[in-house]
Ligand binder design. Structure first.
Ligand SMILES: Cc1ncc(COP(=O)(O)O)c(C=O)c1O
Length: 401
């Protein structure tokens, strides 16, 4: 039998309005958390409210600050990354902004030159409008970086796996350099997810992820997360609610659901991507097949070590030879969907030259490690034979055209 609750009292309108105030005190443990969409929480007196607003006591006060569904999410993210604390944000970009705010301390941000385009746009805006000092450097040669790093650097910003080249950075070596120089080392781990790589275990100060990708995993939510020490996450949390970029309870709930199958999805995507990469590596008329799991990938050994043998992820790229051929390949795919984003159950195909990197000339593309004919695949969890057949058919159609 369900518990009986005290019924709302008063006239009809009062009972109608107060209908939402009777919430069962659930004593059994649900396997799925509750979604609390309430924007505000009632307390017994003004002092309690003041204490909650000033963080003098734990609890909930206002929806822009946090919500209990997000608390379940934060606990899960901290646990997966082996972090003392974690927080959630309205998007990966909002999480990156909050984390940079929390760690910059007025100094220079040195960011990888193979950076996600949206983060590049964010950094350019902050440099232009807020006067932030930002420099982009190649982080793949740590010895050279040590010589090039400007004196006023306070943050080094890396991405575990670069887009779309799939280069893998040596996070432990970069962390050691940052420790030596007293620099905060931040890692965008979106492409790897905590199943493959846990940058905090390698010495990073804090990790950030677009949870829109592998953590959510079903292309049905936009979110970001940050994990790291209490003080850094606490500052990122304050930046988030002051800028107004907190995550709502519905997305937090979807993320908690998605995370339960993260290991299965990343394992399956890695297995499928390896099969597709093998097929592409042996195919005629294409070049530069980049998948960290291929033995001839420049960072294969590093990736195998850094990802603990758990796989190499679902992202890969290759050069079809020209813009036209890349577009013909993408157009001929039937299972791979032509769409932006990545890391979901569905396999996706993207021609960066006409989509994510469309504003760049061919020379600018090459300078950023992208060829005009580069095709990027986000391999999902469909059947590997069907995916390989789709790629083989698309290659044939491209060659015939
Ligand atoms: C590596 C990486 N970091 C950050 C982001 C930004 O995430 P969001 O779109 O959730 O703001 C993306 C989005 O594609 C990404 O690929």
């Amino acid at each position: 039998m369900e518990p009986r609750l005290p019924a709302p009292q008063g006239a009809f309108a009062t009972r109608a309005v107060r209908a939402s105030l009777t919430v069962p005190d659930v004593r059994q443990r649900p396997l799925s958390p509750a979604i609390w969409p309430t924007t505000t929480w009632a307390v017994d007196d003004a002092d309690e409210l003041g204490d909650l607003l000033e963080d003098r006591r734990d609890g909930y006060v206002y929806g822009r600050y946090d919500n209990p569904t997000a608390t379940t999410l934060h606990t899960a993210i901290a646990s997966l990354h082996g972090a003392p604390a974690a927080w959630s944000h309205a998007s990966g970009t909002a999480a990156i902004h909050a984390l940079l705010e929390a760690t910059r301390a007025g100094g220079r941000i040195v960011a990888t030159d193979r950076i996600y385009g949206g983060t590049l746009t964010l950094l350019r805006r902050l440099a232009r409008d807020a006067g932030w000092a930002v420099t982009h450097l190649d982080l793949s040669d740590v010895g050279r970086l040590a010589a090039e790093l400007p004196e006023d650097t306070t943050v080094l910003y890396a991405e575990t796996i670069a887009n779309p080249s799939t280069s893998v950075l040596d996070l432990a070596a970069l962390a050691a350099l940052c420790r030596e120089r007293g620099i905060a080392f931040l890692v965008d781990n979106t492409f790897a997810s905590p199943y493959l790589c846990r940058p905090l275990e390698l010495g990073a100060t804090a990790v950030v992820e677009s949870a829109t990708k592998y953590l959510g995993g079903h292309a049905d939510l936009v979110a970001g997360v940050v994990a790291g020490p209490e003080d850094v996450v606490g500052d990122a949390r304050r930046a988030t609610y002051e800028f107004g970029g907190s995550l709502g309870p519905f997305e937090a709930w979807l993320l908690v659901r998605g995370i339960q199958t993260l290991h299965l999805r990343v394992r399956e995507a890695s297995r499928n991507a390896a099969a597709v990469a093998d097929l592409l590596a042996g195919a005629d008329g294409i070049s530069a097949v980049r998948y960290p799991g291929l033995p001839d990938h420049p960072d294969h050994r590093l990736a195998a070590e850094q990802f603990g043998g758990r796989g190499f992820g679902g992202m890969l790229s290759f050069d079809a030879g020209s813009r036209e051929r890349a577009r013909a390949f993408a157009a001929a795919c039937r299972i791979f969907q032509r769409a932006v984003s990545l890391g979901g159950t569905h396999s996706l195909v993207l021609h960066p030259g006409s989509t994510s990197h469309r504003q760049l000339t061919d020379d600018e593309l090459r300078a950023g490690g992208v060829a005009p004919g580069t095709v990027r695949l986000s391999v999902g969890i469909e059947d590997p034979d069907d995916l390989c057949e789709d790629v083989a058919n698309a290659l044939s159609a491209m060659q015939a055209g």
